[in-house]
Design a protein. Structure first.
Length: 208
């Protein structure tokens, strides 16, 4: 009993990437709140053309409204939720099967931010469900700004691109990556990586 309680305490204090839902498109206000408190967070954004009279300009806008990824402890996020309850209601995005908050694996989030955080206009945003049924080699980028990023190699709009996704949410495809900067991840290595991610997710689900 005491051991289980210790696990619960450790889990509540552990830093994880949580997917959070913010109501009424107030994700930027929530981000500003987190930034002011130096709490790591990420909103997938892209450039959009706007106009004011005859003047055109580009501005960064959220790819998906009401979604913010937050890296913090469950304990701190629960405290933030209580504090902001009426001003900016924030909710965990829950796993429908287990009714527990969804936790995004660290490596998956790191690779996603590495690509999406460039705000490159050549990035292509995709719905994750549209790529889950497509086949492609799992590869690692070995050079350049995206060195170390792993994803699925696919042909999209005539170019071979590396697609990085956050499972169950969204995916983003890089600009063209030269084949010389790619290495295929072998089946055994991929299996170990997927098992490790699965163990992390199962552990988190089992605690809450």
């Amino acid at each position: 009993m005491e051991n289980h309680q210790n696990k619960i305490t450790q889990a509540y204090n552990k830093l994880n990437w949580y997917a959070m839902r913010v109501t009424y498109s107030r994700e930027i206000a929530f981000k500003e709140y987190l930034d002011a408190r130096e709490i790591k967070n990420f909103i997938p954004m892209c450039y959009e053309e706007s106009s004011c009279g005859c003047r055109k300009f580009r501005k960064l806008v959220p790819v998906v409204h009401n979604l913010v990824f937050v890296r913090s402890s469950r304990k701190l996020i629960d405290s933030i939720k209580r504090e902001l309850d009426y001003r900016v209601p924030v909710r965990y995005i829950m796993d429908q099967e287990t009714n527990t908050p969804i936790i995004v694996p660290e490596k998956q989030m790191k690779d996603f931010i590495a690509v999406a955080g460039t705000y490159d206009e050549q990035l292509i945003w995709l719905e994750e469900k549209h790529i889950s049924c497509k086949k492609g080699d799992r590869v690692r980028i070995t050079g350049g700004l995206l060195k170390g990023v792993e994803g699925i190699l696919m042909r999209i709009r005539g170019d071979r691109r590396v697609v990085v996704s956050i499972q169950g949410f969204m995916a983003v495809a890089t600009a063209f990556i030269h084949p010389a900067l790619l290495e295929r991840i072998n089946t055994e290595e991929e299996k170990i990586m997927l098992e490790n991610n699965s163990k992390k997710i199962d552990y988190a689900k089992g605690i809450f």
